[in-house]
Design a protein around this ligand. Structure first.
Ligand code: SAM
Length: 291
């Protein structure tokens, strides 16, 4: 059989199974084998690995993952693609296809006994409409994985890797970098997809931290402070925190002074550790009020 990346093959499959690209499911299939192999390489897939793939599509990346890994479990929401996958992956004996919605699926249950027996890596050409909930869902979960490599919308990738003082920096950068080391692997032009998406793409990898990068008294309060500081990007830190939290302005000013952080600075200039200092200061204030 010709390669699944061939637009002619994709067309033939669509006609044979009377299918149309489903925009609702973010279906943009890869048409460049070189890019598929580069993603698998960036994911550092090894022959002892268990791979969890999100969005099998017609099985293009699943086939390559199957060649390189011990076992591949791939989830696909679109029921109509299941008969296609039965055909395209007929020779891939180490692949298990699950029909379902990644956001409503218990991954531990799916992976079952294989979890913990092999190193787990997560790989996907993600449907762009659910990028953030999928990524944050994995980062916030206690699922033990070694690496996660995703092709996503370029703008989201830049936000995930954003550094203080840049336009891309925001609460998503802080959240992703709180849980993991995030790296940009490479850019992907829109002409390697069928149909061509309207946005540029990027491949990004996450290595989950085993120890938290920063000490927090309360994770909830930390994310509240971060969100409050970025809600109105043009406002100063003191105004953002006063407007968007329940703390009195005087309390916030006192905590900022203790932390050595200027109240007139913009939130986007602060590092994750500086936000942690503020959150821990506010936590200590709250605790002192309770006694
Ligand atoms: N892996 C294929 C490739 O690279 O050519 C397809 C990638 S396509 C961008 C995303 C795939 O994810 C589609 O096949 C789509 O049907 C599937 N998908 C969309 N939403 C999903 C969800 N919530 N859960 C599981 N799969 C989903």
């Amino acid at each position: 059989m010709e390669k699944l990346t061939s637009p002619r093959v994709i067309d033939t499959i669509l006609r044979k199974y009377d299918l149309h690209f489903n925009k609702r499911f973010g279906q943009n299939f890869l048409t460049d084998e070189n890019i598929v192999r580069k993603i698998v390489e960036a994911a550092e897939v090894g022959e002892e690995d268990l791979i969890f793939e999100i969005g099998s599509g017609i099985g293009t990346m699943t086939q390559v993952l199957s060649e390189c890994a011990k076992k591949v479990v791939s989830i696909e929401i679109d029921r109509k693609l299941i008969p296609v996958l039965k055909e395209t992956l007929a020779d891939c004996t180490n692949v298990e296809i699950i029909q379902g919605d990644i956001l409503k699926t218990n991954i531990r249950e799916i992976l079952g006994d294989d979890l913990g027996k092999m190193p787990l890596k997560i790989v996907a050409n993600l449907p762009y409409y659910v990028t953030t909930p999928i990524i944050m869902g994995f980062l916030e979960s206690d699922l033990c994985f070694e690496r996660m490599t995703f092709m996503i919308q370029k703008e989201v990738g830049e936000r995930l890797c954003g550094k203080p003082g840049t336009k891309a920096y925001g609460s998503l950068s802080i959240a992703a970098q709180f849980y993991s080391d995030v790296t940009i692997d490479f850019n992907v032009p829109s002409h390697v997809f069928m149909p061509k998406p309207k946005v540029d793409s990027i491949v990004v990898s996450f290595k989950k931290l085993t120890e938290p990068r920063i000490h927090l008294e309360s994770q909830k309060l930390f994310f509240k402070v971060v969100k409050a500081s970025f809600l109105n990007r043009r406002k100063t830190l003191i105004n953002g925190l006063t407007m968007n939290t329940d703390f009195e302005k005087e309390t916030i000013l006192k905590v900022l002074e203790e932390c050595g952080i200027a109240p007139g600075i913009r939130g986007e200039m602060l590092t994750g550790s500086e936000f942690a200092k503020i959150a821990n200061g506010l936590y200590a204030f709250e605790a002192s009020m309770d006694v």
